[in-house]
Design a protein around this ligand. Structure first.
Ligand code: NDP
Length: 250
């Protein structure tokens, strides 16, 4: 474990800075060029693989590498380090195994280039976060951050469930979602995801956790706007009062 830690420690130290830099680059870029998967799939991005396999492959470092670095972290065993690692694995266990297995087989293929970028990102982000976990006496930020994380995970998982149940088996087209938080925004799954990582950062108080929260916003806010505009263009009767990401505001 100690030699693995010596091997991984340089990556743990550099990862949050790379994640912050990546967020600063993708934020303006994604307003102009939406990531080419799902409804924004288009030609010219090279060969693709099945969405089910793609999600399983690209998210797996966030479970397996995270767990390895978490166990090697010299602070492993301290209560807050155990609790925060468990929260992380709750999210990524759900995403990697449950979300992926519930995904319909007909899902749109994802370009290798998208999968490759997400894989590299997840290697960095999982190492940085697992290796940066440290303990302190239980305090208000830990409790509030944990509660926000759990509430937001509920919002994210429920919203993904609403989307998944819009289609009958075998259907591939798009419909207007109307249940749950879709009454207020076009992308409550992304709002849940962003709030989850803000909650995690408040609880963990590490640069790695704040860098991931910032990156998640930089990645998903432009996509929420792109999805919102896409709905408005596709459906003439799309609810006028619905916003992209922030209820009543944006
Ligand atoms: P989407 O909302 O684009 O799609 C989710 C699934 O629902 C897809 O299978 C999609 O089908 C289907 N779907 C979406 N809208 C409709 C509709 N109107 N009618 C019928 N089916 C629909 O989500 P993403 O794939 O972008 O994200 C999935 C999860 O991953 C989310 O929880 C998100 O928060 C998370 N994520 C996190 C990121 C991060 O930076 N931390 C980055 C990206 C995603 P189809 O594939 O055919 O479009």
């Amino acid at each position: 474990m100690q030699s693995f830690w010596s091997f991984i420690e340089p990556l743990v130290l550099i990862a949050p800075k790379v994640v912050l830099a990546a967020g600063a680059i993708v934020f303006p870029l994604l307003f102009v060029i939406p990531a080419p998967y799902g409804r924004h799939t288009r030609k010219g991005w090279g060969p693709s693989l099945s969405a089910k396999v793609a999600w399983g492959v690209m998210e797996s470092p966030s479970v397996f590498l995270f767990a390895a670095v978490w166990l090697a972290n010299p602070h492993f065993g301290e209560p807050m380090v155990v609790a925060l690692g468990a929260l992380w694995l709750l999210h990524y266990g759900q995403r990697t195994f449950v979300f992926t297995s519930l995904m319909p087989k007909e899902g749109k293929p994802m370009p290798f280039v998208t999968v490759g970028m997400a894989l590299v990102f997840n290697v960095l982000n999982a190492s940085g976060n697992a290796g940066s976990l440290a303990s302190r006496p239980v305090d208000v930020p830990f409790v509030l951050g944990t509660l926000l994380f759990l509430f937001a995970m509920g919002l994210n998982v429920h919203s993904d469930h609403v989307l998944r149940t819009l289609r009958a088996p075998g259907e591939t087209g798009y419909k207007v979602p109307a249940r749950g938080a879709f009454r207020w925004v076009s992308a409550p799954n992304y709002l849940g995801e962003i709030l989850e990582w803000v909650g995690f950062a408040i609880a963990a108080q590490s640069l790695a956790a704040w860098a991931f929260a910032a990156f998640t916003f930089a990645n998903l806010a432009p996509r929420a706007r792109a999805n919102h505009r896409w709905y408005q263009q596709q459906f003439a009767d799309y609810p006028k009062a619905r916003r992209a990401l922030l209820p009543f505001l944006w």
